[in-house]
Design a protein around this ligand. Structure first.
Ligand code: FRU
Length: 494
């Protein structure tokens, strides 16, 4: 693979020279240049968190997939690592697709399980892709050897990818997504005692929605005494505020024991309600927390940074997942992220007057807002934050809408890129919002992670402000803090 990796590194170094940083994230993982999609191979190995990702180092659009790589000792400060995987054998000729990583029992080697992809007609997607599950091995998490085919593609299946591997007792388990011959979205389960020889166990899950033909990037993980199955269903139709993205993520919660069927206990629920949250993967930290990274990007709708900026796609901030009382996923930024704060302005309690706009600060450098509202005493139609607001009036609007009873992100007046509104139903006497504003994105955590909204937001040029505005009434702010955030990168890229 050496040759292919050297060529990829040379290509990405050249792209880096063209990279523009007006929207390049300050505190989110993004490729040094080129394209990024799914987080892959999340794990803790040799004292570091390893984050790999789907990467096209030759341009800012999707292409033959490589695995990019970054690492961190604390999930806060990150270092770039060389590209880890490149297409180099017949089975992954056209791409090393998504997958996961596990550490062997000795603790000394890392195994990456991924999908090898080949266009059936040798050139493009017209006749579909041949997908097989592969393994590669590493002693340092940096360079990989011994690519090997583990599970061949069954005759006629057009989608068969994204292995997620874990160990329980003495057995290794692997789930991945598949499209059945009847075109139904399924999760298949395999087991192994030696990490090499894998046996089909069962079809663990079939999406009850007959429109869904494939479940991408399934991740099955325990939270308390339940199991969460999170995946990207392909083929869903919008339903109210739900499933509005072509690439959206959700989950079901159930019971599962090795050797048994998965017993689904909840309906399908949304993992995130924003415009851009896909293909999340989780890892377990050494102290037992379940932490997820998702991809903020899009396959179909061009991203503003793809045009001239020589990069595209970023991961979300790391989020700790727990299960709420009604079996809802609760998703909060990991506590370590407070280390990114360099400066805090606390505004305490105040009232935003009728039709008043309060300028909270500049968001050019990356900002986190922690705000609490007394909605029972708020008479404004909306609790509205204008973020990424530029002198020409362009901005992304987000907050609480009392008419519809939702928390929303509205990109209709955003400077660049895709538009539209996304929202999650919400009613209550109080409301907490935690908002992360980076140079090209916003992430909103509602009431300590009961719901999240993640959306790309590409502002216009010039200074960017954050404002809080009322409409036709007053806003009762219980407290509001603005934290400036520093960069996650340990060394400058250029
Ligand atoms: C999901 C996905 C995966 C696939 C990868 C290819 O975003 O389509 O199913 O492995 O991206 O880049």
């Amino acid at each position: 693979m050496k040759e292919q990796l050297a060529a990829a590194e040379a290509a990405v170094a050249e792209l880096l020279q063209k990279r523009q940083d007006r929207w390049y994230p300050k505190f989110h993982i993004a490729p040094i240049a080129g394209w990024l999609n799914d987080p892959n191979g999340l794990c803790y190995f040799q004292g570091e968190y390893q984050v790999y990702f789907q990467h096209h180092p030759y341009s800012s659009v999707w292409g033959p997939m490589h695995w990019g790589h970054v690492a961190s000792v604390d999930l806060v400060n990150w270092a770039r690592r060389p590209i880890a995987l490149a297409p180099s054998v017949e089975e992954d000729r056209d791409g090393a697709f998504s997958g996961s990583a596990v550490v062997t029992d000795s603790g000394e080697t890392l195994r990456i399980y991924y999908t090898g992809h080949r266009w059936r007609n040798g050139v493009g997607e017209e006749e579909g892709s041949l997908q097989v599950q592969m393994v590669a091995t590493s002693d340092d998490g940096i360079s990989f050897r011994d690519k090997k085919l583990l599970i061949d593609s069954p005759e006629g299946l057009l989608h068969f990818r994204d292995p997620k591997v874990w160990k329980m007792d003495d057995t290794w388990y692997m789930v991945f997504g598949a499209s059945s011959l009847e075109n139904r979205g399924q999760v298949w389960l395999y087991t192994s005692s030696d990490m090499e020889n894998w046996t089909f166990d069962r079809i663990l899950f079939e999406d009850p929605d007959p429109n869904v033909f494939m479940l991408e990037c399934p991740d099955l993980f325990p939270l308390g005494d339940k199991w969460v199955l999170q995946y990207g269903p392909m083929g869903t139709r919008p339903s109210g505020y739900g499933s509005r993205n072509v690439y959206g993520t959700g989950y079901v919660v159930g019971k599962w024991e090795p050797g048994e069927d998965f017993v689904q206990l909840t309906d399908y629920k949304m993992s995130d309600w924003g415009h851009n949250y896909y293909a999340p993967q989780t890892l377990e930290t050494p102290d037992g927390r379940r932490v997820a990274f998702g991809w903020m990007g899009d396959f179909l709708i061009p991203l503003a940074s793809q045009k001239e900026d020589a990069w595209s796609g970023q991961l979300t901030v790391p989020r700790r997942l727990t299960l709420g009382s009604s079996m809802d996923l609760v998703s909060q930024p990991i506590a370590e992220l407070s280390q990114l704060r360099t400066d805090t302005v606390g505004l305490g309690a105040f009232t935003v007057d009728v039709n008043e706009t309060v300028v909270l600060g500049e968001d050019l450098g990356g900002v986190e807002i922690e705000a609490e509202f007394d909605l029972a005493s708020t008479t404004s139609d909306r609790v509205g934050f204008l973020v990424h607001k530029t002198e020409d009036g362009a901005h992304t609007f987000l907050g609480y809408d009392d008419l519809s009873g939702t928390v929303f992100i509205d990109r209709r007046l955003t400077g660049n890129g895709d538009r539209g509104v996304r929202a999650v139903p919400y009613r209550g006497d109080t409301l907490k919002l935690r908002i992360f504003i980076d140079r090209g994105s916003v992430e909103v955590f509602v009431n300590d992670g009961e719901a999240t909204l993640s959306s790309l937001s590409f502002p216009n040029g010039g200074p960017r402000t954050v404002e809080l505005s009322s409409e036709g009434g007053t806003i009762a702010v219980t407290s509001l803090k603005l934290h400036s955030l520093r960069s996650i990168w340990m060394a400058p890229d250029k």
